[in-house]
Design a protein around this ligand. Sequence first.
Ligand code: FE
Length: 212
Amino acid sequence: MTSHPSHAHEHAHQLVPSDPALRVKALESLLVEKGLVDRAALDALIDTYEHKIGPRNGARVVARAWTDPAYKQRLLTNADNAIAELGYGGMQGEHMVVVENTPKVHNLIVCTLCSCYPWAVLGLPPVWYKSAPYRSRSVLDPRGVLREFGLELADDVEVRVWDSTADVRYLVLPERPAGTDRLSEGELAALVTRDSMIGVAKVPAPVQERHR
Ligand code: FE
């Protein structure tokens, strides 16, 4: 994680000192500056959360919802409890809300104020999620942002943008791709990407092994 002076300044300007991400960045900067912490070791730790632990938790939640209609219903009505059923938690006071993508509705998650993000299920937010352009343009021009991520939505698809806060964190339940009827829950989870759970991508269909 690198420190972003401009980002920190925005936080300070908006008087949001309670954001844990800001506190962590401030602490990290101090520790590195004082030579108490090795930034490379920190980066390795963060990489683990960002790419291994985090998104995999969310992917398991999504795969369960795809394969168990009753679980999906619980997830959409009380996400905190449903996520806790799978053993994931560690949320500090904020509530999770899961929003479902359908052929006619596409959900996109942002935090316009800073970088609120569902850490317990997605790990650390990617750098672009915290960037000022993503935070502002996701609201002003969500279709344009999605296009830059390579996702072109038909005109009749409604785009809903959800602004995360310190109190509410959103997770997108992406659409299950075609051609996955015979996959196990574990195989399905392996298909689910972090970006699809933020809403900037769809879950890619599996590569078919037709010729064996
Ligand atoms: Fe935030």
